[in-house]
Write a protein that binds this ligand. Structure first.
Ligand code: BGC
Length: 697
């Protein structure tokens, strides 16, 4: 399906200009008046009943889109679903780096282009809705699905998610998931997240609001409970906050199969049971007939679905939807660019008498490179749950390095299963590259026998031993880590001179890795989550919890509160050049509660190569009537600087970004206080310039 059908009432074929919200709403209301109750409930229900529906889902998930009914009489098109967020999960589509990696790019313009590519590949294969925008906050890096989200910070998550929404929605509806506080995998179907209203509003929801403000067509409810109610049955989340307070005009879809427990979910604000009908369909009809669920509830839900179908029937660029658009040369290049911009250089120390750094590898001096570790020769592109893609090929680190090295440079490979033999291989080389980390077996969506949450954040003991043996044999050792979130590096970090976080870098990852290792590309990724020294620096994570309390602090905010020093801070990442920050300026020393502060800083490239830098803005205050984080990310900008070049970077901080949520008054309060604005290359105190300003009462 390259073309969506236009629902009757959405205008004739000549009438193809995008509709305003009001126009779509008017047409949807008109269409609703022509529908019977049965037709309405059909729009709210998955395509078939549990059996054979589930079997079809199982067999066809990665082959064709899953439908929710069309209505031929009124020419209302079906919802045609495909999943993400690493790429379109159908057939052999482009596999991008996982979201956590893309989060490390801090590049919203790139993320929007990735969304555009996913939208084109989805439409080219018949889908009109994509489950790609996973923005659950990473409360703890052991969460099995960490790789599907962008990181631990609500501001960063919001802008990255909104960029993906923008890109996808040039072509198809974007589904933002999982609403809300979904961040434990093993107990996801029953865990009750106990959480105070202020914490919910300030920490776990702002990024969803950002995507709603961006115009997302669909929100998927989470499996877990929040404060005693399953998210699909949670009127506070779905009705009070999402629909009433935020003015969300799209529809809410259930997470699959166990997303709702009965038809009363409709009254709580759940609009579509997907992908199969278990509790809606005839059962929901009975509840309406008995008066348990009101007809107004049904009308409201259907109106929401129709609005988006009508809106998206006019959205798209049909000329771009064709089989060759899937894994096109442009999308492969985009996957490589995304991987280049995602990798984070964590360490690159000068060593030896001549104080040379191991990276980038100087091919004028190096004649033999040892590549070590079985992961170097294995396609390793993320979990095997619902987000699993099936790319036509994956460039492994070994293949990427082999392809990029000059002929005169020999590559020797050792799979590292025998650490002693691997060390011998390393000893005979000029440089050793050890590739270690996690795979779909260690972390991912809970698929019963594979995936799930991690018990330890450290590498496996064998991998730690392999690193230590290799670096003992060859001081010029680079460790390349693969994985979906933080890895604890305490057992070996001090010993290795160079360390690169490659995440799950997608189908072009091996090429991108070689580009960075050889210095064809200067690394620019920054951590979207803190890398702790130990689990004790993190909040409690209990993967079997039936009920768990989510507090205000996690990640860098928790470490700052306790004065803890992580292994690598949030926002941290090195480059092959150096940057200097000077002259932090604010336009005014006082602003009103509805105003924004203009902030500027001069950033210069003080090294010898061009590079990209992520300029980060944090803010904090003292004397608040509530306990707050020492500082929180409130803005960032990614810039490019040639050697010697200086740029003035302008950022903006709105007073309302500093509001806290007052539980008694149920509203946001901007306190008249003195605030500190911090700007720099990471969240670490030593990296930040700061200045103070006031917000008037
Ligand atoms: C996941 C969703 C996914 C759905 C469909 C569920 O198990 O939680 O993220 O979209 O499956 O694959």
């Amino acid at each position: 399906m390259a073309e969506s059908k236009a629902p009757s009432g959405s205008g004739g074929p000549k009438d193809s200009a995008p509709l305003t919200k009001e126009q779509a709403d008017e047409k949807a209301r008109h269409l609703l008046t022509q529908m019977s109750l049965k037709e309405k409930i059909q729009q709210m229900s998955g395509s078939t009943s549990l059996f054979p529906g589930l079997l079809e889902v199982w067999l066809a998930y990665n082959i064709r889109p899953l439908p929710a009914p069309e209505n031929e009489r009124l020419t209302i098109p079906a919802l045609s679903w495909s999943d993400g967020p690493r790429g379109v999960v159908m057939n052999h589509s482009t596999c991008f780096p996982v979201s956590m990696a893309r989060g490390a790019s801090w590049d919203t313009e790139l993320e929007e282009r990735i969304g555009d590519a996913m939208g084109v590949e989805a439409r080219s294969q018949g889908a009109n809705i994509m489950g790609s925008v996973c923005i659950n906050l990473l409360r703890h890096p052991a969460w099995g699905r960490a790789q599907e989200t962008y990181g631990e910070d609500p501001y960063h998550l919001g802008v990255m998610g909104a960029a993906l929404v923008r890109g996808i929605q040039r072509h198809a509806m974007a589904c933002v998931k999982h609403f809300a506080a979904n961040s434990i995998e093993k107990s996801r179907w029953h865990v009750d997240i106990r959480i105070g209203e202020r914490i919910l509003r300030e920490v776990y929801l702002p990024h969803f609001k950002r995507c709603v403000d961006e115009g997302a067509a669909c929100v998927m409810s989470a499996y877990n409970k929040v404060n005693g109610h399953y998210c699909g049955h949670n009127p506070h989340l779905l009705r009070d906050i999402l629909k009433k307070e935020w003015g969300f005009d799209g529809f809410v879809m259930s997470d699959f199969v166990l997303g709702i427990r009965n038809g009363k979910a409709a009254s709580a604000g759940l609009d579509v049971e997907f992908p199969v009908t278990i509790h809606f369909g005839k059962r929901l009809m009975r509840l309406v007939r008995k008066g348990t669920v009101s007809e107004e509830v049904i009308d409201e839900a259907v109106l929401r679905i129709l609005r988006q179908k009508i809106r998206f029937a006019r959205i798209g660029q049909p000329g771009r939807y064709r089989p060759e658009a899937v894994v096109s040369p442009e999308h492969k290049a985009l996957a490589r660019e995304a991987a280049q911009k995602s990798m984070v250089l964590l360490k690159n120390e000068p060593i030896g008498a001549d104080l040379q750094r191991v990276l980038p590898i100087d091919t004028a001096r190096v004649r033999r490179i040892a590549v070590i570790g079985w992961l170097a020769a294995k396609p390793n592109f993320g979990d095997r749950g619902s987000s699993r893609t099936r790319p036509p090929y994956v460039v492994t680190p070994l293949e990427g390095i082999r392809a990029a090295m000059p002929r005169y440079c020999e590559i020797v490979y050792n799979d590292g299963r025998n650490a002693g033999k691997a060390a011998d291989t390393a000893r005979q080389a000029d440089t050793a590259i050890v590739v270690v980390g996690c795979t779909y077996k260690d972390e991912g969506e809970n698929m019963f026998t594979i995936g799930g949450d991690r018990d330890s954040l450290a590498l496996k003991p064998h991998d730690e031993a392999l690193i230590l043996r290799t670096v003992a044999a060859n001081a010029n050792t680079v460790v390349v880590l693969m994985g979906g979130s933080a890895i604890i590096t305490e057992a070996w970090r001090e010993k290795v001179p160079a360390l690169l976080m490659a995440w799950y870098p997608g189908m072009e990852g091996g090429h991108a890795l070689a580009d960075i290792i050889l210095g064809k590309v200067n690394p620019s990724g920054k951590l979207p989550c803190v890398f702790p020294k130990s689990m004790s620096q993190l909040p409690l994570f209990d993967k079997k919890a039936k009920s768990i309390e989510y507090g205000y602090f996690h990640g860098y905010r928790l470490m700052d509160k306790h004065g803890q020093v992580p292994a690598f801070p949030f926002g941290f990442g090195l480059s092959y050049t150096t940057f200097a920050y000077k002259n932090l300026q604010i336009e005014r020393s006082e602003i009103g509660p509805d105003e924004a502060l203009k902030v500027s800083v001069d950033v210069s490239n003080t090294g010898n190569v061009a590079g990209d830098e992520v300029v980060q803005l944090y803010a904090g205050c003292e004397g608040s009537c509530v306990e707050r984080s020492a500082r929180e990310l409130k803005g960032f900008s990614k810039i490019h600087l040639e050697p010697g070049q200086m740029k003035q970077v302008d950022l903006s901080l709105a007073a309302r970004q500093l509001a806290y949520y007052d539980e008694q008054q149920a509203k946001w309060i901007v306190e008249p206080l003195t605030y500190t604005v911090y700007v720099g290359p990471s969240s670490r105190t030593e990296d930040l310039l700061s200045t103070k300003f006031r917000i008037r009462g």
